[in-house]
Design a protein around this ligand. Structure first.
Ligand code: FAD
Ligand code: SF4
Length: 525
């Protein structure tokens, strides 16, 4: 028998990026808030600057089965425990561009968001002020309108300066990379010490992971976090029109019902769709809030290009933040690809390097072993440069999350992912891969190469739209079908841009949470 708890105003599923913003805004507005988190209750004191240790921040359980020809790289892109994937994210935080919101209207391609950039701008500005972004808006001609960054740019070491030579030679503009990393002390938080351990979770709180800003604010306002609690279903009342709470399982297998006036799913892209599909009942035969049949659809992942090279210079590649030092969006124009492919691209330049693990020096040459590897590591530690190209993905109906026949330990079907990178995405990637090597050679690299296609960020699956027949959520990320059910995170985006998703996910969560506060009577009726 499930144990039923006392009802609260809002139950939030997932204590990551979006969940922490919802929790802070709603608790500060006086709502009683419980955040239910499947992973452990990670604290700053649990974080160690070690790649081996930091694997604990990622998903360990086989909760995803991939069937399509391409992967969305779930192990790399996800996170587990309080802080979610945002705990070990790199905090590259540019804004989406104005045309990312209107691709159908402007280009006759992909989808439109149900609002324009101007509707999200105040929330970008507010989040930026809350978390402290370092950058220089004047040097980013591509940036849409918005308040200037509150902090000066992040460090540019020799790494960034050497790679900039290549961009300069090819007449490509670079700017300081906008990062949610503190270049100076800010609102009582410590500044960055440029040791490049962001992938293991910044233990000093210089990077805007959820533990640094919104979780403490939420807890101060009374929000409670229940860790080691895996939500398996959103429950509804007898009419099926309203969500009535969630069911979760504790680590020792106890089923618990947390009743609530409103439910917010912030369990990240794949999991939000999985939960909605698994919450079907006689009133919602295809899954909760799925009268449109689009829950799980339009799954997106940015095709990513890792470019590496060896230089004669001492690169100081151990210095800086993991996400990079400089940005180039000169290649953002969605109609500029020489192959005719539609979509934008960007470059993140000068990623701080560690010797091993996924983004380490060794992994860039998985083909060499023994003495050759030893010599390469010695050379790379001093002389290697690194950058990452990010390409836009399209929202394609067939790319989707469904439920697999296999079940997890709580009896919930695991997510079945069918994903194929589009022809446009592949062409953008190929253009970027050749361009990246050219830039490195122009910067003076003795040797330059790119890695195989990768996948950064996971978006879509619970997309917003104006038409309830073609989308899951409205412009407040509120379910078209179930008015007290909301969703947070990049899963709500109808387009992917080529811009990293977390700043926009924060701004969107804040927009949505403010809507809940301002329309509470309607939400609860
Ligand atoms: C290595 C890495 C680098 C990145 N770098 C950048 C970057 O530079 N810039 C950028 O913009 N983005 C970056 N990202 C992406 C960013 O981390 C995500 O976009 C963001 O964290 C998504 O926010 P979210 O709230 O949707 O999910 P998350 O932050 O992942 O939070 C989801 C939470 O839900 C919990 N959960 C899942 N299922 C359940 C369940 N059934 N019951 C209860 N809880 C559940 C999870 O444990 C997790 O804590 C990076 C990600 C990774 C992994
Ligand atoms: S480089 Fe800066 S932001 Fe990254 S882990 Fe170190 S102190 Fe934190």
């Amino acid at each position: 028998m499930p144990k039923t708890l006392e009802a609260v105003d809002v139950v939030i599923v997932g204590a990551g990026a979006a969940g922490s913003v919802f929790a802070a805004v709603l608790a500060e507005a006086g709502k009683s808030v419980v955040v239910v988190e499947r992973g452990r209750d990670t604290k700053f004191s649990d974080l160690y600057s070690s790649q081996i240790w930091s694997r604990r921040l990622k998903w360990a359980a086989p909760l995803v089965i991939e069937e399509g020809p391409d992967s969305i790289w779930p192990n790399f892109n996800t996170g587990h425990g309080v802080g979610g994937s945002a705990m070990h994210h790199y905090a590259v935080w540019p804004r989406y561009h104005e045309d990312d919101f209107q691709e159908q209207t402007l280009y006759g391609k992909s989808l439109d968001w149900p609002f324009e950039y101007s509707a999200l701008r105040p929330f970008y500005d507010q989040v930026q002020d809350d978390v402290g972004i370092s950058g220089d808006a004047k040097q980013e001609p591509w940036r849409p309108p918005g308040a200037p960054y509150p902090l000066p740019p992040v460090l540019v070491s020799n790494h960034g300066q050497v790679l900039k030579r290549g961009f300069d030679a090819l007449k490509m503009l670079t700017s300081p990379i906008p990062m949610a990393v503190l270049s100076r002390p800010y609102k009582g938080r410590n500044p960055c010490i440029w040791d490049g351990w962001c992938d293991a979770g910044c233990p000093i709180g210089a990077l805007a992971n959820p533990l640094a800003v919104y979780i403490p604010r939420a807890q101060k306002a009374g929000a409670r976090i229940v860790a080691n609690a895996a939500v398996t279903r959103v429950l509804t009342d007898s009419t099926g029109k309203k969500a009535s709470g969630v069911e979760y399982f504790t680590a020792d297998g106890q089923a618990v019902v947390q009743p609530a006036t409103a439910v917010v799913l912030c369990a990240f892209t794949v999991e939000n769709a999985r939960l909605m599909l698994n919450s079907g009942n006689s009133k919602h035969p295809n899954g909760l809030g799925n009268s449109s049949g689009t829950v799980g659809r339009y799954l997106m992942s940015h095709p990513a290009i890792g470019v590496s090279g060896l230089f004669k210079d001492d690169m100081q590649n151990y210095l800086g933040a993991t996400g990079g030092q400089l940005l180039c969006q000169d290649v953002f124009d969605k109609k500029s690809d020489p192959s005719g492919a539609f979509g934008s691209r960007q470059w993140e330049i000068g990623l701080a390097l560690k010797p091993n693990d996924l983004l380490g020096i060794a992994m860039t040459r998985p083909d060499i072993f023994g003495k050759g590897l030893h010599e390469f590591m010695l050379d790379g530690a001093r002389h290697m440069g690194s950058m990452v190209g990010v390409c836009e993905d399209e929202p394609v109906y067939e790319n989707r999350v469904a439920l697999a026949p296999q079940k997890d330990k709580w009896g919930m079907p695991v997510a079945l992912i069918k994903y194929q990178t589009t022809a446009n995405g592949k062409k953008l990637w190929a253009t970027g891969a050749a361009e990246g090597v050219k830039i490195f050679k122009a910067a003076g690299a003795r040797e330059a190469w790119h890695g195989p296609p990768g996948g950064q960020h996971i978006m879509g699956g619970t997309v917003m739209g104006k038409d309830p027949k073609k989308s899951v959520l409205n412009g407040s990320a509120q379910s078209h079908d179930v008015k007290n059910l909301f969703v947070g995170g990049p899963g709500v985006f109808p387009t992917s841009s080529s811009v990293n998703s977390t700043f926009t996910a924060h701004a969107m969560a804040m927009k949505s949470a403010r809507f809940m506060v301002d329309n509470w009577s309607a939400v609860k009726s």
